[in-house]
Structures are given as structure tokens and as C-alpha cells.
Design a protein around this ligand. Structure first.
Ligand code: GSH
Ligand code: FE2
Length: 377
């Protein structure tokens, strides 16, 4: 059973949708920001429940949709532990598995293109002989990812490809992260015998080739890497910190917690806490905020009362400012309120802020970090 292969022409990126035919649970590999709606449509069309969005590495050429897709589809994010994607819910290490229905993929740590890069191996249930490997930018068709940035190493890439990928059975299907020439798939056997960078080449020859490529920097690198290390959220973008809303797609804009507080004090807009009842009660709440849970615990199922609650919050016609834990659920909530015809902003960083390197919240950004008023429940 083949994965569904989707293509982003602007970056020549392949995104893969894998699913269990019975339970319809799905996993998506390397989704692209600009293709968010296409991917949501594909999930709906195929009747799938997305369980995981996963990354092969922190991309330098395009921005992932992971955080937004996960929020909108109710999935969890996973990224390689060595890629500094502190916002990913699950940090993947070599040998880890991610299950979706009766299916699972296994993580192969394949450093080289970047130090943290991984590939995913999928052996579909009930298909004993079938194997698929999603190689990201480690192995491309008749090529491989470059090794000249993000802790790349030609030596490590050679070892990852020859010792980890080329020891898979020859019939294993290879699904690359990019192709710049319209090719869609290959096999381990074909790459072993015909890939011009690897077939019959020594480690030294390979390193020499890679060191001499002289490729231009990816056009979007400075924007893409930091955004991808936040699962695609560009929370520092635009003038959000200065009091001016930063433009956003599908809702009125992004604002800082300080701006939200100022607007609330001035009576200019209504702060809406979209966290669960449990979070407000256990973690703390903002006096004066209205409440409209986007999801509820247990299970974090979408709250069927959300629409009615935001309509109540907007009863006097003032715009809404959505606040969640770290500014992810609030984007989905702001988009939904916008679809209902309301003006809605997203409060960047949420109540607790993004996790730091030790997965601690409240040390980087967010409402509490800004020293704004809150109380324990
Ligand atoms: N022109 C592209 C360059 C893309 C690029 O450098 N891609 C990386 C993957 S992130 C790569 O390894 N390319 C291999 C190659 O071009 O041989 C851009 O500006 O985004
Ligand atoms: Fe890459």
C-alpha cells in the first residue's frame, strides 16, 4: 500500500500521508505551511483522523505547517530530538515508533544533511514483504541532501546512507523529501547501484564531491529555520511586540500579551480564554477574561459549545482576543471566530509561553512572563 504523495511546487517538497485503511488513523510527514488547506482537504476527502505530524528535520527551504495542522486536525507534533524543535510534543530518537491505528513508522537517525535528520521506515501491517523509507533530505533520487549548513557533515551522511539506508532490502521503496526534476520514487536497490554520488564511490570521493558543490544558500533559510524550530509558528513576526497587530492569515492578526492587556484595560476588545476549564482552574486565570474553551479535558475533544460561547463574548460588537496556553489553540479559535463573522486576534505566546530547552514554560514569553495580572484558581 503506497503512501499518498503530495507536492509543493514552490519548494519542490514532498509531503506524505500514511494511514491505516481500517481505523483511518493517519500520520503526515513534512507538511508545508502554504499547503495547509490542501492537506486538510486531503484528510477530509479520505475520511482520515490525523494522529501525528512529523518532520524529517528542521527545513531550511520552506516552513512546516505542523503546529497549525496539528491544532486544526487534533493531531500531535513530533520532530527529531536533535533538531531543536522545542515546540514538538514528542522528541524522536533512533528506534522510536509512532503508531497510527494498526500501523507504525520507525525512526532511523541519519545525521548528515543536518545533525538531527531522521528517516522513517514503514512496514504496512499485513504486507509482510513491503517496506517504505521516507528519506527526507538524507537520500534523494540520484542525489542526496547538501551538507554545508545546520551541522551538516558529508562524512556522517555517507555513513548514514551506506550503513543505515543501504542495508535495508533492495526492494524497499524510497520516498524522498524533495525532487527538483519531477521524479517521485525510487528503491534502495536502484540508488545503491546507480546514484552517481554513491555507486562505486569511496567515502573520501563522496566527501570531496559534497565539499565542492558550492550551492547558493536556500532563499528562505533565515526565515525558515527559526520558524521550523517552533513547529512553523512565526510568533516574532511583524510588529506584534510593538503594539501593532501583525497580519495573519484567516483572522484579524497577532498581538502581544501586553497589547492584549492594554486593549482590555481600555475596553477596546474582549480577552477570551480558550483553554480548558481544568487549565484555568489549576494553572491560573486572567481576571476579567471571558471563557470559551476550544477543547475540553479529558481527551481534548473539540468543545461543541465553543461557537455559542464566543458569540456571547462578542455580544457588544467588540473584537475578541484569543488566549490559550502557548498561542497555538488560540489561532484555531481565532480562525473559527472569524468564520463565524467575528473580529478575532490571537495573543502570541498564550498564558504560559513556549517551552524552553528544558521544556519549562513561563521563561520565554506569554502572559505570565510579561508580568501581566493573573490569579491562581
Ligand atoms: N533553490 C532552493 C535550494 C534548495 C536546497 O538547497 N535544498 C536542500 C534541501 S533543504 C538540498 O539539500 N538540496 C540538494 C541539492 O540541491 O542538491 C531554495 O532556495 O530553496
Ligand atoms: Fe532540507
Amino acid at each position: 500500500m503506497n503512501p499518498t504523495q503530495l507536492f509543493d511546487p514552490a519548494s519542490s517538497t514532498y509531503t506524505y500521508l500514511l494511514f491505516d485503511e481500517q481505523t483511518r488513523e493517519a500520520l503526515i510527514i513534512d507538511p508545508v505551511d502554504e499547503q495547509l488547506q490542501r492537506d486538510l482537504d486531503a484528510l477530509a476527502h479520505l475520511g482520515l483522523t490525523l494522529k501525528w505530524t512529523v518532520e524529517t528535520h528542521a527545513h531550511a527551504d520552506h516552513i512546516t505547517s505542523a503546529a497549525r495542522l496539528a491544532e486544526l486536525a487534533g493531531a500531535r507534533t513530533a520532530a527529531p530530538a536533535g533538531c531543536d524543535v522545542g515546540t514538538a510534543a514528542v522528541q524522536l530518537r533512533d528506534g522510536d515508533t509512532l503508531a497510527f491505528g494498526r500501523e507504525a513508522v520507525r525512526v532511523l537517525h541519519t545525521p548528515g544533511h543536518t545533525a538531527g535528520s531522521v528517516c522513517f521506515l514503514w512496514r504496512p501491517a499485513g504486507e509482510a514483504a513491503e517496506r517504505h523509507v521516507f528519506t527526507g533530505d538524507t537520500l534523494l533520487i540520484q542525489g542526496c541532501g547538501r551538507t554545508d549548513f545546520q551541522s551538516g557533515s558529508a562524512e556522517q551522511l555517507y555513513d548514514s546512507i551506506t550503513r543505515k539506508l543501504f542495508t535495508l532490502p533492495d526492494t524497499t521503496l524510497v520516498w524522498p523529501g524533495h525532487d527538483y526534476h519531477g521524479r517521485t520514487q525510487s528503491t534502495i536497490g536502484a540508488e545503491k547501484t546507480t546514484n552517481p554520488r554513491l555507486a562505486g564511490r569511496t567515502r573520501e570521493q563522496f566527501v570531496q564531491t559534497m565539499d565542492g558543490l558550492g550551492l547558493p544558500r536556500p532563499r528562505r533559510m533565515d526565515e525558515a529555520v527559526p520558524a521550523n524550530q517552533r513547529s512553523g509558528l512565526r510568533q516574532d513576526a511583524g510588529g506584534a511586540a510593538s503594539g501593532e497587530p501583525a497580519p495573519a492569515e484567516g483572522y484579524a492578526g497577532d498581538i502581544s500579551p501586553r497589547t492584549a492587556h492594554d486593549w482590555m484595560q481600555a475596553g477596546q476588545a474582549v480577552l477570551v480564554d480558550v483553554r480548558t476549564d481544568a487549565e484555568r482552574e489549576w494553572v491560573g486565570f486572567v481576571p476579567g477574561a471571558e471563557t470559551a474553551a476550544w477543547k475540553q479535558w479529558p481527551g481534548m475533544a473539540l468543545n461543541p459549545g465553543f461557537d455559542a460561547a464566543v458569540q456571547t463574548a462578542a455580544r457588544d460588537g467588540r473584537p475578541l482576543m484569543m488566549l490559550c496556553r502557548s498561542g497555538v489553540r488560540s489561532i484555531a479559535a481565532a480562525r473559527r471566530a472569524t468564520a463565524l463573522g467575528l473580529a478575532a486576534y490571537n495573543v502570541l505566546g498564550g498564558f504560559e509561553g513556549d517551552p524552553d530547552e528544558q521544556a519549562q514554560r513561563g521563561r520565554k514569553n506569554g502572559w505570565r512572563h510579561a508580568g501581566l495580572p493573573w490569579r491562581q484558581g
